[in-house]
Design a protein around this ligand. Structure first.
Ligand SMILES: Cc1cc2nc3c(=O)[nH]c(=O)nc-3n(C[C@H](O)[C@H](O)[C@H](O)COP(=O)(O)O)c2cc1C
Length: 85
């Protein structure tokens, strides 16, 4: 089973609607997912909750994480590898 990270900019405290469309457009059955976001200062909050609801009963989600827009790929990979997917 593949792990699919979704990268989300926080818009008005939530994921942009295009992310809903993205998640609705694919069959994530059996996939393991998490959400990675960037923001101008807000925390990740509930921004991934609706995305999780869209895959309810199909995908397994792990808690996501906010990264600085300047985060290095190694930082993200290190966190991702620690999720245990
Ligand atoms: C329409 C819009 C709404 C935004 N709302 C928020 C917000 O509620 N909280 C926040 O911290 N940043 C907000 N931002 C800033 C973005 O989260 C930030 O620019 C983005 O994470 C950085 O990625 P980018 O370089 O792809 O824009 C908003 C940006 C836009 C364009």
């Amino acid at each position: 089973m593949a792990a699919v990270p979704a990268t989300i900019p926080i818009w008005w405290g939530q994921a942009p609607h295009i992310m809903d469309t993205f998640v609705e457009s694919y069959d994530f059955k059996g996939k393991k997912l998490t959400a990675i976001c960037t923001s101008g200062g807000s925390d990740i909050g509930t921004s991934a909750d609706y995305l999780q609801k869209l895959t309810k009963g199909k995908a397994e989600w792990k808690p996501g994480k906010l990264f600085s827009p300047q985060a290095k790929a190694e930082d993200i990979k290190s966190w991702f590898d620690g999720l245990g997917f």
